[in-house]
Design a protein around this ligand. Structure first.
Ligand SMILES: C[S@@+](CC[C@H](N)C(=O)[O-])C[C@H]1O[C@@H](n2cnc3c(N)ncnc32)[C@H](O)[C@@H]1O
Length: 264
């Protein structure tokens, strides 16, 4: 599989992503930046920028002219360029970063390491392009536990299509717990490695607002939904709503991500 293929399930329209995971992106970026810390005036890289939630937050601290971002998905890179004018946004994968050694003071990846085709190589590349002493940091969802939206969805999917869900459930992805994530950081030779949890939440107008992007095929959860015939999509939708307490109006869902940070 090519590095670009790892991004295949995120090729759908970027507005779908905004309604799906994008609504968590700004608050997760703020939590990651707070946990790790950023010096004003630093040159920073956002790896797997998507439509630019973290890129925008980094640019707010250090200025867009000090931020580069990459994503293998062209539509996402294009949206990121529009969202963060002045940032250098390129189409590239983590495993082959188009930058010289020691180009940045910090490299970040939000909700990306578990999607990398070769995470050891991708994080190794992040380390290579960061100056000695600079920061390499990333976060991934707690798919197995407290990412409420995705956990409830996959638990419903196991009810409706157990065999298919056993293959597709994102809790089988690597680097989605703090031990494995910090282990990877040590494995690539980063120093002073630390890890922890980040808590965020997202607001929904109603259950339809939550459900709307799923049949569009966005991300692994959407791809699973889109592959079901319409009757089973309906059953999945009902089971998903039930697992969230059948909300009848506006509601919020909490989500936990794990992060790792270390020095190059
Ligand atoms: C869940 S999205 C996260 C996007 C963004 N960082 C955010 O927080 O909204 C995962 C992103 O990883 C990108 N991606 C997938 N494989 C990648 C790779 N090998 N290197 C870099 N980015 C990758 C996808 O294209 C997608 O934009």
């Amino acid at each position: 599989m090519s590095y670009a293929e790892g991004a295949a399930t995120f090729r759908a329209a970027t507005d779908l992503y905004g309604r799906f995971i994008g609504r968590y992106a700004a608050s997760l970026a703020a939590a990651l930046i707070e946990a790790v810390g950023i010096e004003p005036g630093s040159r920073l890289l956002d790896v797997g920028c998507g439509p630019g939630g973290l890129t925008k937050a980094l640019a707010a601290v250090v200025g867009a002219e000090n931020v580069s971002a990459v994503d293998p998905s062209e539509p996402f890179a294009e949206t990121c360029r529009e969202q963060v004018p002045g940032a250098d946004v390129q189409v590239a994968a983590a495993e082959e970063l188009p930058f010289a050694d020691d180009s940045f003071d910090g490299a970040f990846a939000q909700l990306v390491v578990n999607f990398m085709t070769d995470a050891e190589r991708g994080v190794g590349e992040m380390k290579r392009v960061v100056k000695p002493g600079g920061t390499v940091a990333a976060c991934t969802w707690d798919y197995a536990g407290e990412m409420t939206m995705l956990r409830a969805y996959w638990d419903a999917a196991h009810e409706v299509a157990p065999d298919e869900a056993a293959q597709a459930d994102e809790n089988t992805m690597r680097y989605a717990n703090v031990a494995e994530l910090t282990g990877l950081w040590r494995q690539v030779g980063l120093d002073d490695v630390e890890g922890g949890e980040l808590w965020v939440s997202a607001a929904y107008e109603d259950f339809d607002d939550l459900w709307a992007p799923f049949p569009g095929g966005i991300g692994p959860a959407g791809a699973f939904c889109a592959a079901l015939e319409p009757e089973r999509q309906e059953v999945l939708c009902t089971a998903f709503a039930r697992r969230l307490g059948d909300p009848s109006g506006p509601f919020e869902l909490r989500a936990r991500a794990w992060y790792a940070a270390g020095r190059a």
